[in-house]
Write a protein that binds this ligand. Structure first.
Ligand SMILES: NC(=O)c1ccc[n+]([C@@H]2O[C@H](COP(=O)([O-])OP(=O)(O)OC[C@H]3O[C@@H](n4cnc5c(N)ncnc54)[C@H](O)[C@@H]3O)[C@@H](O)[C@H]2O)c1
Length: 365
């Protein structure tokens, strides 16, 4: 498995920041939708964000007010600030490559929202430079820090040897009318700027979890359907791993409302089956505001047991891991290499539209 050892990850997920942790000066660029989750997470974790930056001054000022940060409208000026050692990039997907490259050149640690870039080639280039830089580069794949999905990762050995696994996401929506769920004028709904649609926005998280749990798959087949705007709204894939494990990924949009245990628009279920039992994790919203659930069903037990999950915030935990990682000079979350692998997989999956053959996967990193 390419994932970190269990003890490393537990420390990052459940540990308080130790008093010896060096607190870097942090600047955030991009004060849009996701910045509120990140800034709230930073506040809950006791991590100060010193400067927020957006080309739209009003948005920067609104974000700054919520946490008492300074405002900047020039990213270059933010990078030139000697009091800033780490940058959180929350910009549109097609701006990640340049912004992260500039941050690395300026000697800053980077926390980059997902996906790493909008092409596997750019992601390979960036991940290679991030590795060589000696700086910490963490991806914003916060589901690794979601208590339910983390609980499954922590217990894989208890159900092993593994026999099968599945990742299933069903979201209420009409693909033809709503695309990835946002207004048509937004960059989110423009596959050219976002790198894709539903598969990229939401599937990237599940691919990152798959890498976190099982390492790199070696082959994939399946099907993908896109609507007229390029949004991948029906996605069914089966991945084969070197040890013979098969893992399925299904992502669909449906007009049905009230999904899952919370009756929300979002139903996300991860199941891992092994000779010694079964693990299940369920999420009911992408923000993690509706408490997620996880259960362990041992092969020799009476039935499924709800797993203890701490009431923490996935956003706070991923940022604690970023700061702790900077102190230790190693990434304790999803790395730039993981970011490249997700983007490589996304590019390969898109090739499966209208094809029935199996693709062998050939990673550069
Ligand atoms: N982790 C998650 O689950 C999750 C969820 C939603 C979005 N995201 C990611 O977060 C990122 C941002 O998404 P969003 O939905 O917040 O987008 P958004 O459009 O709401 O916000 C982007 C902000 O960046 C600003 N901006 C653009 N170019 C800039 C520049 N050169 N300098 C300074 N500011 C600039 C815009 O004015 C805007 O306020 C994307 O990469 C997206 O994929 C992650």
């Amino acid at each position: 498995m390419s994932a970190q050892s269990r003890s490393d990850r537990e420390e990052a997920v459940t540990g308080e920041l130790s008093s010896g942790t060096e607190m870097p000066g942090i600047g955030l660029v991009g004060c849009g939708i996701i910045s509120s989750c990140l800034l709230e997470g930073a506040r809950l974790a006791g991590i100060p964000v010193r400067v927020v930056c957006d080309v739209d001054r009003e948005k920067a000022e609104r974000a700054a007010q919520s946490i008492g940060a300074a405002v900047q409208t020039s990213y270059e000026a933010l990078l030139a600030d000697p009091g800033i050692q780490a940058i959180i990039i929350a910009l549109p997907n097609d701006a990640h490559y340049d912004a992260a490259s500039q941050a690395l050149e300026a000697g800053k640690h980077v926390f980059c929202e997902k996906p790493l870039t909008t092409s596997a080639a750019q992601s390979l280039d960036l991940a290679t430079r991030a590795q060589a830089s000696g700086l910490v580069f963490q991806m914003g794949y916060m589901k690794r820090f979601n208590p339910a999905f983390a609980a499954v990762r922590d217990r894989l050995e208890q159900v092993a040897p593994l026999t099968s696994a599945s990742f299933r996401l069903t979201v209420s929506g009409d693909p033809a009318l709503e695309g990835p769920g946002r207004e048509p004028s937004s960059w989110h709904s423009d596959p050219g700027r976002a790198g894709g649609g539903f598969l990229v926005h939401s599937g990237s998280h599940l691919l990152d979890l798959m890498l976190f749990y099982f390492g790199k798959p070696e082959a994939v087949w399946g099907s993908l359907r896109r609507d007229a705007s390029g949004n991948e709204y029906m996605n069914h894939f089966l991945f084969r791993f070197a040890d013979g494990l098969h893992v399925s990924l299904q992502m669909v949009q449906t007009r049905a409302r009230g999904l899952g245990y919370a009756g929300s628009v979002w139903e996300e279920i991860v199941e891992v089956n092994g000779v010694n039992g079964r693990l299940t994790a369920r999420g009911a919203d992408w923000m993690g505001k509706i408490p997620p659930r996880a259960s362990f069903h041992p092969a020799d037990g009476d039935g499924p047991r709800e797993l203890f999950t701490f009431a923490g915030s996935q956003w706070a935990e991923e940022l604690k891991a970023f700061v702790a990682g900077i102190s230790e000079r190693r990434c304790l979350g999803s790395t730039a290499v993981d970011g490249y692998r997700v983007d490589y997989l996304l590019e390969q999956l898109k090739k499966l539209e209208g094809r029935s053959d199996m693709l062998e996967l050939d990673y550069e990193l």
